[in-house]
Design a protein around this ligand. Structure first.
Ligand SMILES: Cc1cc2nc3c(=O)[nH]c(=O)nc-3n(C[C@H](O)[C@H](O)[C@H](O)COP(=O)(O)OP(=O)(O)OC[C@H]3O[C@@H](n4cnc5c(N)ncnc54)[C@H](O)[C@@H]3O)c2cc1C
Length: 453
């Protein structure tokens, strides 16, 4: 079922004759529970034409390194195979995605795009909209509750957002099966990149190749679902008690797959909800409330990726302490190479650098310490953003922008005033040691370091 709120008509040109319905796969790199794809198939069946899928491979996506491209291409290769079994051809072309779309749009009866929440994705869609002369429809598939249904404005915090989204959730937590297309596009002769040898694609890209693929994560829906199934079977029950402990491996590790749309948040929520596990509500709080609050932030706040996007009270309190004496001030290079006095922070930084994914609790500590150890709050914000996007496999995501901003007070409340932080919440190493077995966490990362040498 595709709820009406998921659908936005971007251009209402009258339907025209065409060879196919064109599905512009932008942010949902999958077949499973993909509302935009399902919509395209329904329209194709109604018009008696096949669906053709298109992905535009940008040669230098801002902030992305070979690590991210590699994971994404693995996922796209699998998505292409799944589409092929449905009789849908996936055309992947390097270059500006809007130019690529334009080429294929000439023969399209109608164009469907999935919803990307970030500025660049929205700019591509606006540019396409200006030039296309056929119906152009956007369908939202990467949030369980469509962003504008969840709230019509930027929310202050999880406390203000939670009741809204929970009220709407029941209407959207409904499974979706992509229907079978009646016509096939796999026989169309169209140029497309072959992804059999992913390494060869590197030559087409203008990116940092020093940050390479990571052990332990390969892209694709199949890997995501088997990881999720293992998590549900072995970790979900203890998630409420153990999720914050960085020395335990209790998280679902869904974030890289969610970031590239290789797994549907709806599929995850349905699978977790079906368990009746005691961990269910805590998990859904993260997946639904926290994740979709981050989507709300980037959708409604045009400055979501800059210091000026922070609430005024945060900037004001930080500025009033900008000149406070700092016991440690580290350069970007020292932070990047994990050379601080703090073994916990260094372990977190190396976990991200080597594994491509830092433990969720350590991300908060990591960001708070960058604030404490930088010359001023704005450069701290920029450093955190830069490192997060460069090394996290799930970086450049609404969650990353909201997560870094949270370390600087976003979605939080004022706390007792103190040096450097002002009224922004503070975290310290003693708190970590009191709650968790931090020696064990450091040992785990040490093993990663040795293996990586
Ligand atoms: C400084 C900082 C930077 C962050 N950068 C990113 C980032 O670049 N990309 C990213 O996806 N997340 C980011 N987060 C949010 C969070 O830490 C990760 O989503 C989470 O650790 C991912 O691991 P998981 O999938 O195993 O999470 P689980 O704990 O298993 O949670 C399941 C899902 O719930 C959502 N979720 C969990 N915690 C949060 C949270 N605090 N905020 C929003 N959604 C959440 C995620 O979609 C996650 O995949 C950041 C948080 C902070 C404090």
């Amino acid at each position: 079922m595709i709820q009406e709120e998921r659908i936005t008509v971007l251009s209402d040109f009258p339907p025209r004759a065409g060879a196919y319905v064109l599905y512009w796969m932008q942010s949902a790199h999958r077949v499973d529970a993909n509302h935009a794809l399902a919509y395209a198939v329904l329209e194709g069946n109604r018009l008696g034409v096949p669906v053709l899928a298109f992905f535009g491979l940008v040669p230098s996506y801002p902030g992305a390194a070979w690590r991210h491209y590699h994971f994404m291409l693995e996922g796209l290769k699998e998505a292409g195979e799944s589409l092929d079994t449905l009789g849908i051809k996936l055309v992947i072309r390097p270059g500006d995605p809007v130019d690529g779309l334009w080429e294929l749009a000439k023969d399209a009866a109608l164009i469907v795009v999935d919803t990307g929440y970030l500025r660049l994705h929205r700019e591509w869609v606006s540019r396409a909209r200006e030039t296309l002369r056929c119906p152009f429809i956007r369908v939202e598939s990467n949030a369980i509750v469509p962003v504008m249904t969840a709230s019509p404005h930027e929310e202050y915090s999880a406390a203000t957002f939670r009741p809204r989204i929970m009220r709407a959730l029941g209407r959207f937590l409904i499974d979706l099966q992509v229907p079978d297309p009646k016509k096939r596009s796999t026989n169309l002769e169209l140029d497309s990149l072959e992804l059999d040898e992913i390494k060869q694609i590197q030559a087409l890209l203008d990116i940092d190749t020093a940050i390479g693929p990571v052990d332990g994560f390969s892209g694709g829906t199949v890997g995501a679902i088997s990881r999720l199934t293992r998590f549900i079977d072995t970790r979900l029950d203890s998630f409420p008690e153990e999720r914050n402990d960085p020395s335990l491996d209790c998280l679902s590790n869904m974030s890289p797959y969610l970031h590239f749309g290789q797994v549907s948040p709806l599929r995850i929520a349905l699978m977790v909800s079906a368990t009746g596990s005691g961990g269910r509500d805590t998990y859904l709080e993260e997946l639904v409330v926290r994740r979709e609050l981050a989507i709300n932030y980037v959708w409604y706040n045009p400055q979501y990726d800059s210091y000026s996007g922070l609430p005024e009270w945060c900037r004001k309190t930080l500025e009033s302490h900008a000149k406070d004496k700092r016991e440690h001030v580290y350069s970007l290079h020292e932070l990047e190479s994990a050379r601080t006095h703090d073994p916990f922070w260094n372990a977190a930084q190396d976990e991200m650098r080597i594994r491509g994914k830092m433990h969720g609790y350590m991300r908060m500590y990591w960001g708070k310490k960058i604030l404490e150890w930088s010359a001023d709050p704005e450069s701290a914000y920029n450093t955190a953003m830069y490192l997060n996007d460069r090394y996290e496999l799930d970086g450049r995501d609404p969650n990353g922008y909201a997560g870094v901003a949270w370390c600087f007070g976003k979605h939080d409340r004022p706390w007792k005033e103190r040096p450097i932080f002002g009224k922004i919440r503070y975290m310290n190493a003693r708190g970590l040691s009191r709650k968790f077995d931090m020696e064990r966490y450091v040992e785990v990362v040490d093993r990663m370091r040795k293996k990586n040498q």
